[in-house]
Design a protein around this ligand. Structure first.
Ligand code: HEM
Length: 128
């Protein structure tokens, strides 16, 4: 874990963000079960590792224009039974907390804005 908050965005601290966020998600009573259903409850499993790598690439694409992520961000969310606006709000709250653990406010603002925008799009597409 880094000791100082990051003031620039790079691959290394994006990975730290992702690896800070998902353990918080797993521990959360509202959002955790959706992930446990799909990936299990062991963050060290192969399935989770794939998700963490994929999500690091996703955020590197969003923040840095990196081209490793070629997935469909919205697709798996259509398959999640019982997903709700409340769950998305909690996801965002946790993500913003994770951002504050990794970035100074000026750099963190980028992730907070982007995640809020993307979550709004997802909710609109899911009619939530
Ligand atoms: C309550 C809110 C959310 C839940 C429960 C949720 C859950 C999930 C689950 C279960 C997967 C599939 C994991 C797998 O099979 O590998 C997934 C994939 C993903 N999620 Fe979410 N998610 C939520 C919100 C978000 C938000 C707000 C974002 C973006 C800001 C996001 C970005 C992604 C991306 C990029 C993927 C990978 C898509 C791909 O296959 O390429 N998720 N999510």
């Amino acid at each position: 874990m880094q000791t100082e908050l990051a003031n620039t965005i790079n691959d290394e601290n994006i990975e730290i963000l992702v690896r800070t966020f998902y353990p918080m998600v797993l521990d959360d009573a509202l959002v955790g079960p959706f992930f446990i259903e799909k990936l299990g409850d062991d963050i060290h499993s192969e399935a989770w590792e794939e998700h963490l790598v994929l999500l690091s690439q996703f955020w590197a694409f969003v923040a840095l224009g990196d081209d490793r992520y070629t997935g469909h961000p919205m697709a798996p969310h259509f398959e999640i039974a019982g997903i709700s606006r409340k769950a998305f709000e909690q996801w965002l709250k946790l993500f913003h907390e994770a951002v504050d653990k990794v970035y100074v406010p000026r750099s963190g603002a980028f992730f907070k804005e982007k995640s809020t925008d993307i979550a709004s799009n997802f909710m609109r597409n899911l009619s939530l």
